[in-house]
Design a protein around this ligand. Structure first.
Ligand code: FES
Ligand code: FES
Length: 158
C-alpha cells in the first residue's frame, strides 16, 4: 500500500507492506537509524517517536498507521543551523548520557512532554519517562536534564 505522511517537516510518500512496523520503515527503508530497537515489544522505549504530538513506541505501530500523520524522530530535532534542541543540549550538559542507546527514545518522550508543558513537576517528568528504560545512567541525571531543558525553553519563550 501507499502512504503519505510528514516526517521531520518533509512530506514522505512511500510504498509499504501492510504488515511492516513503523520502526522498520524508519530505520530500514528511510535510513533513520537514530530510532533504536531494544525489546521490540513495547517495554523499553528505545524506539520512541512522536506522532501527532504524542510519544509512541514505533515497534508496536504499523507503518500503515503513519498515513496522514506528522512524525518526529531524533534526526529532526537538530535545526538546519546545526543547533541542538534544548533537550539534547541538557542531556549532554547534565551528564545524562552513558552508552546512549536509550537516549533518542528518552529525548523524544521528554520533547513530547515539554511541547505540551514547559513547567513540568518532577512527578510529571517521571510519568512521561516511565516507559523509557535506561540501564546505565540512573534516572536522577535524566530528570535533572529534562528540568534544565524546560527552564531553557521557558527562557527562550520570554
Ligand atoms: S523496542 Fe520498542 S519499546 Fe522496546
Ligand atoms: S545511557 Fe545506556 S541505556 Fe541509557
Amino acid at each position: 500500500m501507499r502512504i503519505n505522511f510528514r516526517l521531520n517537516g518533509e512530506t514522505i510518500t512511500t510504498e509499504i507492506e501492510d504488515s511492516m512496523r513503523a520502526l522498520d520503515l524508519l530505520r530500514e527503508d528511510l535510513g533513520l537509524t537514530g530510532t533504536k530497537e531494544g525489546c521490540g515489544e513495547g517495554e523499553c522505549g528505545a524506539c520512541t517517536i512522536i506522532v501527532d504530538g504524542n510519544a509512541v513506541n514505533s515497534c508496536l505501530m504499523l507503518a500503515a498507521e503513519l498515513d496522514g500523520t506528522s512524525v518526529e524522530t531524533i534526526e529532526g530535532l537538530t535545526g538546519s543551523d546545526g543547533k541542538m534542541h534544548p533537550v539534547q543540549r541538557s542531556f549532554i550538559d547534565k551528564g545524562a548520557v552513558q552508552c546512549g542507546f536509550c537516549i533518542p527514545g528518552m529525548i523524544m518522550s521528554a520533547k513530547s512532554l515539554l511541547d505540551k508543558n514547559d513547567s513540568p513537576s518532577k512527578e510529571e517528568i517521571e510519568a512521561a519517562l516511565e516507559g523509557n528504560l535506561c540501564r546505565c545512567t540512573g534516572y536522577v541525571r535524566i530528570i535533572e536534564a529534562v528540568e534544565d531543558a524546560a527552564s531553557i525553553i521557558r527562557e527562550d519563550r520570554k
